[in-house]
Design a binder for this molecule. Structure first.
Ligand SMILES: [Fe+2]
Length: 440
């Protein structure tokens, strides 16, 4: 995978071609496993039909690479508005005259062929979009992000399982429940990660008081204690908005959970199974995560606290690309890339732990933080306002670390995701924190 030392254009070209192929292979796996009628159906009003994602992937690739980088004319200008995510909300997309599956596949395939020709001839330097292959990297990440979105659609889809994958490795250790992160400054964000998006930049110093952070994400077992203790029925644990939402939406457990006798069950990609107690809790909204934390006498970590625990190396004072170092993720470090269709038991991935001993910061489940989504000091829009800036503000909460559904190329210690606090069809979990105060 790319890092700041990848400067040889031939190496970079090969790397980009490999990442483009990997993304397309995954897109194929997500769309070839169901019949055409399932590709055009809307499985949830929260999601697009899969066939929309398919052509949208090709359309964005055409727009950014063939037109903006390559200076080519639009291939099918008449379809552009159909696949503009800002023009049509997801709920509207099934009623649009979308390209049927065969045409959508053909379009994405045609675009890709031309992109590979463009890549072969590109100097990969000389303009901000081209330097280090940025625009190609952005498009690779875009496709992988839509693959994650399509995996969410698969989770929402009714019917028998269409996808399979082996269970993640189970090598969970017995660990202290929390670790102390001492007071002090660290470097948040990045100036050097070549494919980092605008909201991850620039690098800046942040001073934090000491805090304690959970060693691993909150487990299903722990979350069931919150449920059994009446956590969903006690407004003391909820913010005012959270309580109103809990009442109105009738929340009583994470999404996809149901009670069978006394046993909590969950539906996972078409399979009903007992809730595995040692797995991180998944499919909870920010409001639920926040209520759990308050019930536990704790709080959600801020985004800065999450990133310091994930990247700061107290021995050198510098911030790493990943908790384990600067090396790109391998299957030993983290549960990423849809290799498995569920998170690993809490306390897994010893090779992926951070210098403070925190586990599973990358992969497994997205982690809600207490922070609203804002630009860092010195933020500059790049390369377009709709990537991040239009979402800045108190409406969105930041999630960190990626899930089992996130590709390594679209995940790093600086990566920021954001969503509404009511959302829970996403692969979201959390861990908790508390102030260290005097004792530190
Ligand atoms: Fe998109």
């Amino acid at each position: 995978m790319l890092n700041a030392d990848t400067t040889d254009p031939a190496v970079l070209r090969e790397l980009i071609a490999g990442e483009l192929a990997a993304a397309r292979e995954r897109t194929g796996r997500l769309t070839d496993c169901v019949e055409d009628d399932e590709l055009v159906a809307q499985h949830s009003p929260l999601m697009s039909p899969l066939v929309w994602d398919l052509a949208h992937i090709g359309n964005q690739e055409e727009l950014w690479l063939l037109r903006n980088v390559g200076g080519r004319d639009p291939m099918h200008p008449e379809i552009d508005p159909l696949y503009d995510a800002f023009e049509h909300p997801r709920s509207e997309r099934p009623s649009l005259p979308l390209l049927p599956p065969k045409e959508a596949r053909g379009y994405a395939h045609d675009v890709r062929g031309r992109v590979l020709d463009l890549l072969a001839a590109s100097p990969l330097e000389g303009s901000p979009l081209l330097d280090a292959g940025f625009a190609f990297g952005m498009i690779v990440q875009h496709e992988q992000q839509h693959d994650e979105t399509m995996l969410i659609t698969h989770q929402l889809r009714k019917g028998p399982a269409a996808l399979t994958a082996p269970a993640p490795p189970d090598h969970a250790d017995r660990l202290p429940a929390e670790v102390l992160v001492p007071a002090g400054p660290f470097t948040m964000g990045t100036d050097t990660e070549p494919w980092a998006l605008d909201n991850e930049r620039p690098a800046h110093r942040v001073e934090l008081p000491a805090y304690w952070l959970d060693t691993a994400p909150v487990s299903n077992a722990a979350y069931q204690v919150f449920i059994a203790d009446g956590g969903y029925d006690d407004p003391r644990w909820w913010t005012e908005r959270g309580w109103a939402h809990r009442q109105q939406a009738g929340l009583a457990a994470p999404l996809f959970w149901s009670l069978d006798g006394g046993q909590w069950m969950r539906r996972r990609f078409g399979t009903l199974e007992p809730v595995p107690p040692r797995e991180p809790v998944l499919h909870v909204s920010w409001y639920e995560a926040d209520a759990y934390a308050r019930w536990a006498g704790r709080r959600l970590p801020t985004e800065a606290e999450w990133e310091k625990a994930a990247r700061h190396d107290p021995a050198t004072g510098r911030s790493r690309r990943f908790p384990w170092g600067d090396e790109s993720p391998t299957p030993a470090h983290a549960n990423l890339g849809q290799q498995h269709l569920q998170p690993a038991p809490v306390g897994s991935y010893p090779a992926g732990q951070s210098p403070y001993g925190v586990r599973q910061l990358i992969g497994d489940v997205w982690e809600w933080t207490s922070s609203d989504f804002h630009g860092y000091p010195g933020f500059r829009v790049w390369p377009y306002k709709e990537y991040s800036e239009v979402f800045f503000g108190p409406e969105y909460k930041v999630l960190r670390g990626g899930s089992f559904a996130v590709a390594p190329v679209a995940c790093r210690g600086t990566f920021r995701n954001w969503d509404y606090p009511v959302r829970r069809q996403i692969f979201s979990g959390f861990r908790t924190a508390r102030d260290a105060g005097e004792e530190a």
